[in-house]
Design a protein around this ligand. Structure first.
Ligand SMILES: Nc1ncnc2c1ncn2[C@@H]1O[C@H](COP(=O)(O)OP(=O)(O)OP(=O)(O)O)[C@@H](O)[C@H]1O
Length: 303
């Protein structure tokens, strides 16, 4: 098991771009301390999944010091994941099986086969998870509901007593009881063992009292990173949902203002006057609006 350090997660000067794409992250920094339950919030496409995957060592980034988890290089130290110290739960079961190693779900396996197929597991922890997630070991994995499949996926991802857990909205298929029980389990893991959790989500129910920290990302930039207890807006607003909603609505207002006055260099390259398109992303966005409004391909070609 990895030793605890002053920061569980340390990102410093991160640059990352998908092949042939503009950078998602440019000089991004983030520190998360041990024992934190940090919510990662942001609009669709802001970079949450990409960051979680980078933290999970799934994307190669610069040098060994750029992304450190438990004081080890997230990408270069493969033992981080192999030992179970670093766990990632994301994606959907139909394509992957959580942190167990992205194995395609093929064949007629039972829940028992999946869960007991993982070796070197503390049996008390395994029984606790099976009970917590209310898993029937006789379930055939290709015949159960999405939520039931998800329960088995989560169970497998949590079998090792992780030190850092990265969650990419995996509670979305769970019913209310399963979600709340799981959140409580995560809280205990942090409070009793000093584990750290980073949780990207768009569902804020019950998270005001669960999370310790929040990191808000807008278009690959860290806008906020602070303790939830020190968030001034949370004291005034009723709940976290309203706070995050306000942040995201402000983004939309800022975007609209920017679009009204496009930079002159983009006016030149557009055949239409007053073109609001500043980037391929905006162009794609407006093309979607135009298509859904009944504009023809012929007109769209002019953009
Ligand atoms: N495989 C990929 N190849 C190229 N670009 C990608 C890829 N995956 C994501 N992107 C782009 O990277 C940016 C960040 O995407 P990411 O999935 O990290 O966002 P997100 O915050 O997790 O979004 P959501 O809330 O919708 O899950 C987006 O502009 C997206 O289009």
């Amino acid at each position: 098991m990895g030793k605890l350090t002053a920061t569980s997660i340390e990102v410093s000067g991160l640059h990352f771009a998908y092949d042939g794409q503009p950078p998602v992250y440019a000089n991004f920094n983030l520190d998360i301390s041990p024992g934190s339950r940090c919510l990662l919030v942001g609009a669709n496409g802001s970079g949450k999944t990409t960051l979680l995957k980078i933290l999970a060592g799934k994307h190669m980034v610069g040098g060994k010091d750029v992304v450190r988890v438990l004081n080890r290089s997230a990408f270069h130290d493969t033992q981080l994941v192999c030992s179970g110290d670093l766990a990632y739960l994301g994606g959907s079961w139909s394509k992957t099986i959580g942190s167990a190693g992205d194995i395609p779900l093929q064949g007629d396996f039972s829940a028992e086969h999946m869960i007991f197929g993982v070796e070197g597991i503390d049996s008390v922890r395994r029984e606790k998870l099976i009970e917590l997630l209310d898993i029937d070991l006789q379930w055939r994995m290709h015949k159960v509901s999405d939520g039931q499949r998800r329960r088995v996926q989560i169970c497998m991802g949590l079998l090792h007593p992780f030190q850092v857990l990265l969650l990419d909205e995996v509670t979305v298929d769970l019913d209310v009881v399963a979600r709340m029980d799981l959140l409580e389990f995560f809280k205990e893991e942090c409070e009793q063992r000093g584990a750290t959790i980073v949780y990207a989500t768009h569902i804020f129910d019950g998270l005001e009292t669960w999370a310790t920290d929040v990191a808000y990302i807008q278009d690959g930039e860290l806008r906020r990173s602070q303790k939830l207890s020190e968030l001034p807006e949370l004291k005034n607003a009723n709940n976290l949902l309203s706070v995050v909603e306000n942040w995201l609505r402000s983004e939309i207002k800022r975007e609209s203002k920017k679009l009204v006055t496009p930079p002159p260099q983009f006016k030149k390259i557009s055949p239409l006057d007053n073109s609001p398109f500043r980037s391929s992303r905006h162009m794609a966005y407006y093309r979607c609006i135009l298509i859904s409004s009944g504009y023809t391909q012929d007109l769209l070609m002019r953009f």
